[in-house]
Design a protein around this ligand. Structure first.
Ligand code: TRP
Ligand code: ZN
Length: 861
């Protein structure tokens, strides 16, 4: 079956399985290289659809035996699994297979990480564990028995509730046994098993109906002191889901396990969430404020999946956004409630523009609900997750908060226990609001970023906004129909008072006008407030107007956006025409920075400016060829100009935002640290690193230490810190990831490839560990000027390593291929260099299906 032509799976071909499972019993006899998996499953025909062969998935399984109703059967091997002759009546399936967790470097199925057994089954990893209909629309109750030796695996966990737990004493030759029963039917992708030498950080939670839930975070011995924050985040999430969505937890225990080798952030397995250790472990000394916030959000995200994903799951993988878009939306609401709503919104829009826009405007563009794929793992994308969440936000904006809450109640009531589609989701909103959402549904099927333009007209006392929408062609979609775009607009007078509070204009046609009567003086519009739709906005306005909005807009998002637009146009002016940084931007920003009434976190965001990659994307869209060196120079010039213009202010801001007392990761002190660190970064351009040196030496937490480290590296004075940092943290893998990343991030563009190559020769460059690989290669690809250096050296370094990683871990390799998705932005020379590397990867013998699909899509469009 090797080298079979990659198969494309289509949404339109969906067919039900044909059988129903009553229950699943699994026994695991754990062994590092020869684990036995025994399955006993009761099947019965689904009489509505029992016209097809009985097919079970399976991949890389060593077959031991298979019986139907006690009789050994022969397996017909087919692509991706087996077909078996079975009776058209209920029957018992019993099979035994052997698998090798130690050899599993792909980190999918059952594998080992630092001597510990763990699983990752989403999307299609369960088929690497046993023969099974590995598809999300087959839901069943699981009972799992784990047998192992007590010495190496004193802790053995699976989904649901532990029935009992026996631990034999060390002398006993008898295996220890653990049995878990999950009362809730679930698809196989939510199956999980963990066994190892782990310690628990424990707590309890009383649910709204008064049930006590045992909560545990399991970690390797030595990491116990990094669990407290995650536990608090979990309890906050449980409470929030009760209060805001009325959703209560539904098992006696809830377990989280931290794993060092993991392809993504975390996984919502029923009652047994498994986390990349970087997304759960935190202490003030080792984690930054950004890490704390991210951990809180991911714990919430995985917990919220219990209802949006697990109790209501997806019919097939095309419906992935049904659970992911909704769950990202819910975790964003949670973070906004726990921290600052405007800051969270700005952070999310920054992430959307940094990751989703390039995807949607390049060769990998796909709809929020894709219609075909070769490898589903390639569709866990910013579009499915983040644009998927934006689509839910727009739906809520359009129907209103109360109608949204009612629709969600109906969704849970109607679909609990089911495997659903986007059609089911939309129908819930139609039924509960009476609204026709046919046109809205285009957000799920049309790819690309819509472009909205706004033109103003003022006549008599009537102010009119003329809006248009259009969408550039994307792969497979040349022409598009107009979508429903909620454009939030407020009107201001010359003093900055609101003369019309935020109103939602529903743009449904290619061109549409909205009039506002009774305005004796010409109002000033603030459009797309709160970034009410994932579109690009073109407004025919000048810098004076932007400066006015920067000073006065009553919508915090748009106020920030006005500054951002000024920065962007200033930078583009420098790149294209060589003009100096816009003085009005600098003075407007300065006024704002001084304003102590504004949240420090918000002011820190104000100090930011578009990234080099974002600028390259904008230039490309405007018809220019992006020149990475010129872009880099312009961003440096603007940062220097800021340092100079704010020279008198920076020491005060820095001093005023120092936080005294014991460390707290809460939003308020974290905001102060983000502002003082932003000030430090600019100050370093003036004092040559004096303040950074001081901060590095006195830092009592990682947020301050890392910022000072970065400032020193940026100033070219990081040599001592590089040695000291390593020495201090060599025993902490997560901090050493940062050590690698920082050196890559702050490398000179000319030296990036050699810096990276040197780092890959370091004894701690454990390239099979995805966190370590990404800490170096991911950060290299994000170093815009260095990665896109005209020599092409960094392109080659990345391609070499992707070729090396692909046979070991296809999933992580394929994801990182997206570093090449923007290749058409650049000049002919760079395009040729990029193309050559893509073709070299594509030409590898035995290249994984994952990576083949990615490089093919990137090359084709
Ligand atoms: N469903 C997970 C989440 O969004 C992410 C996930 C999908 C994942 N596939 C994975 C995690 C593979 C690890 C490995 O929370
Ligand atoms: Zn998720």
């Amino acid at each position: 079956m090797k080298d079979a032509a990659p198969q494309t799976i289509y949404l339109k071909d969906y067919k039900p399985f044909g059988w129903i499972i009553d229950d699943v019993h699994l026994t695991f006899r754990l062994h590092p290289t020869a684990t036995r998996v025994i399955s006993r499953i009761r099947f019965r025909p689904d009489y509505e659809v029992h016209d097809r062969p009985f097919m079970l998935h399976g991949e890389g399984l060593k077959h031991i035996s298979a019986k139907v109703d006690g009789h050994e059967v022969t397996l017909n091997h087919v692509e991706g699994g087996i077909e078996v002759e079975v009776p058209h009546a209920p029957f018992n399936w019993e099979a035994e297979v052997e698998i090798n967790p130690q050899a599993n470097t792909a980190l999918e199925g059952l594998y080992m990480s630092n001597g510990m057994y763990c699983t990752q089954c989403e999307a299609e990893g369960f088929r690497k564990i046993t023969w099974y209909p590995d598809r999300p629309d087959v839901m069943a109750q699981f009972t799992v028995r784990i047998e192992s030796d007590a010495e190496h695996t004193p802790v053995m966990l699976s989904n649901g509730n532990g029935l009992y737990y026996e631990q034999d004493n060390a002398q006993s030759p008898a295996p220890n046994i653990s049995i878990y029963q999950d009362p809730w039917p679930k698809p196989a992708y939510l199956f999980a098993l963990v066994a190892g030498d782990l310690v628990a950080h424990e707590d309890t939670f009383k649910t709204m109906s008064g049930k006590d839930v045992r909560l545990s975070i399991y970690v390797r011995p030595g990491d116990e002191h990094k669990c407290a924050f995650g536990m608090e985040a979990l309890k906050k999430s449980m409470k929030w889901d009760e209060e805001v969505y009325g959703r209560e937890y539904d098992l006696d225990e809830f377990n989280i396990v931290a794993v060092d080798d993991f392809n993504m952030g975390a996984m919502e397995n029923k009652g047994l969430n498994i986390f990349n250790s970087s997304c759960v472990l935190a202490s003030p000394e080792t984690a930054t404020d950004g890490n704390f916030e991210r951990i809180e959000a991911i714990i919430a995200h995985e917990y919220f999946h219990n209802w949006t994903g697990n109790r209501i799951t997806c019919r097939d993988w095309f419906q992935l956004c049904l659970k992911e878009g909704l769950t990202v939306f819910r975790d964003a609401q949670f973070t906004a409630d726990m921290r600052s709503e405007p800051v969270k919104r700005i952070d999310d829009v920054l992430a959307l523009r940094a990751r989703q826009f390039p995807e949607d405007q390049g060769p990998l563009s796909h709809p929020v609900r894709p219609e075909s794929f070769q490898e589903i793992n390639n569709f866990y994308t910013a579009t499915v997750y983040e644009k998927g969440a934006e689509v839910i936000g727009m739906l809520k904006t359009l129907v209103g908060d109360d109608a949204y809450a009612k629709a969600l109640d109906l969704y849970f009531e109607r679909h609990d226990g089911q495997a659903c589609t986007i059609e089911d989701w939309i129908k819930v909103f139609e039924d509960s609001t009476g609204r026709d959402l046919t046109q809205f549904k285009l957000w799920y099927s049309q790819s690309g970023t819509p472009e909205v333009t706004v033109r103003e007209e003022y006549e008599g006392d009537t102010f009119t906004l003329h809006l248009t929408q259009s969408s550039a062609p994307t792969p497979g979609q040349d022409v598009k129909a107009p979508q429903v775009i909620p454009v939030a607009v407020g009107l201001l007078n010359d003093n900055g008072d609101e003369v019309l509070p935020t109103k939602i204009l529903e743009l449904t046609e290619a061109e549409q006008s909205f009039s506002f009567k009774g305005h004796a003086t010409r109002p000033i519009p603030s459009a797309l407030r709160g970034f009410s739709a994932p579109v690009t906005l073109t407004q025919d306005i000048d810098n004076a107007r932007r400066a006015f909005l920067l000073a006065h807009d009553t919508d915090p998002f748009n106020r920030w956006e006005a500054g951002r637009d000024l920065a962007r146009d200033s930078l583009i002016g420098t790149i294209v025409k060589g003009t100096a940084p816009n003085p009005d931007y600098l003075s407007g920003l300065k006024t704002l920075l001084r304003d102590d009434r504004l949240d420090p976190a918000y002011r820190a965001l104000m100090l930011g400016q578009p990234s080099q990659s974002e600028l390259a994307g904008i230039l490309h869209k405007q018809g220019h060829t992006a020149d990475p060196a010129a872009i880099h120079a312009a961003t440096e010039t603007l940062r220097d100009a800021k340092a100079k213009a704010f020279a008198d202010l920076l020491p005060d801001i820095y001093a005023a935002n120092q936080v005294a007392g014991p460390f707290s990761p809460d939003a308020e002190p974290a905001g102060k640290r983000s502002l003082s660190n932003a000030a430090l970064s600019l100050l370093t351009r003036l004092d040559g690193g004096e303040a950074a040196e001081k901060q590095y030496k006195s830092a009592g937490n990682m947020t301050l230490q890392l910022a000072a480290f970065g400032a020193l590296l940026d100033a070219g004075k990081g040599e001592n810190a590089v040695a000291a940092f390593y020495d201090q943290w060599k025993d902490d893998r997560l901090v050493i990831d940062k050590w690698f990343s920082m050196q890559v991030m702050f490398a000179n563009p000319e030296d990036l490839a050699t810096t990276v190559t040197t780092l890959t020769q370091h004894a701690d460059f454990d390239w099979k560990n995805p966190n370590r690989f990404r800490a170096v290669m991911g950060v290299m690809a994000a170093h815009h000027a260095g990665f896109n250096h005209e020599s092409g050296a960094a392109y080659k370094v990345l391609a070499d390593w992707l070729i090396k990683l692909d046979p070991v871990n296809p999933q992580t390799t394929a994801r990182m291929c997206s570093a090449f998705q923007t290749w058409k932005r650049y000049d002919a020379n760079r395009q040729a260099l990029l193309k050559a590397q893509l073709e070299r990867i594509a030409g590898q013998d035995g290249l994984s299906r994952d990576t083949t699909e990615m490089v093919t899509r990137i090359l084709e469009a």
